[in-house]
Ligand binder design. Structure first.
Ligand code: DC
Length: 234
């Protein structure tokens, strides 16, 4: 039996490669991650959308956002489907609902609870399928996929990120205030970085890319070049 086990192990297929792209909100990591996934034909996980969808479900259930056990229950049992940029919750399109400023704030608050994070762990890992996965979030390289083939920490100055969000909202015909957006971004950075559970931080093995003065196309090209290098390395 032992021989058989050894034989089957030696023929086991290596797990699908993962490119982990972490960084603060509005750093452009979603756009870059999708571009990289498209170029490589890889699957894509937007983990922030998962936290945002839990926030929408909790808000709709009128749950107290400090109720960690209730949030854990929702995170474990949530019926959510992701189709590229589109998100469905209980069969209903919530693509726009997960993007409001109120839900950004709620998602950041509920994401600080260890029980919410642990409830979403396996669900995130299920996105790892051949030929590969590009995953973006805060803890992709540190917690969810610590064995990622490439770990990127993508950032930009708070002012640049606020300006990008402002432009996005204007393009959608929504109103926005630059000073308020900058304040929100700073507050969310603080909450995401200072929490005890999986705080946003660049790990020693992640490569820093600052996109403050970089186009999306340049950032995608840089990640692709780094992945080529990493997958060639012994
Ligand atoms: O990436 P995003 O801004 O859409 O994420 C929304 C919130 O979810 C953000 O405030 C932090 C949290 N989040 C997290 O804690 N861990 C992740 N892997 C992804 C998002």
């Amino acid at each position: 039996m032992q021989g058989l086990d050894t034989a089957s192990r030696s023929h086991s297929v290596p797990p699908a490669p993962v490119i982990a792209i972490d960084g603060p909100s509005a750093s452009g990591k979603g756009t870059v991650a999708q571009g990289v996934a498209g170029a490589l034909g890889f699957h894509y996980l937007n983990s922030g959308a998962l936290y945002r969808t839990v926030a929408v479900a909790a808000t709709r259930a009128r749950l107290d956002l400090e109720n960690e056990l209730g949030l854990h229950d929702i995170a474990l049992n949530i019926n959510a489907k992701f189709y590229g940029d589109h998100v469905e919750l209980e069969g209903q399109d919530v693509t726009d609902a997960i993007r409001t400023e109120a839900i950004s704030e709620a998602a950041s608050r509920i994401a600080a609870f260890p029980k919410v994070r642990s409830a979403l762990l396996e669900r995130q890992r299920k996105f790892r399928r051949l030929p590969g996965l590009v995953a973006d979030g805060r803890d992709m390289g540190t917690v969810v996929f610590p064995d990622a083939a490439l770990k990127i920490f993508l950032t930009a100055s708070p002012e640049e990120r606020a300006a990008r969000r402002y432009k996005q909202l204007m393009e959608k015909g929504m109103s926005a205030n630059m000073a308020a957006l900058l304040q929100d971004i700073r507050a969310r950075d603080g909450r995401d970085s200072d929490r005890a559970a999986a705080p946003l931080q660049k790990s020693a093995d992640a490569i820093l890319i600052d996109t403050t003065r970089m186009s999306v196309a340049e950032a995608i090209a840089q990640v692709l070049a780094l992945y080529k290098q990493a997958s060639r390395a012994p």
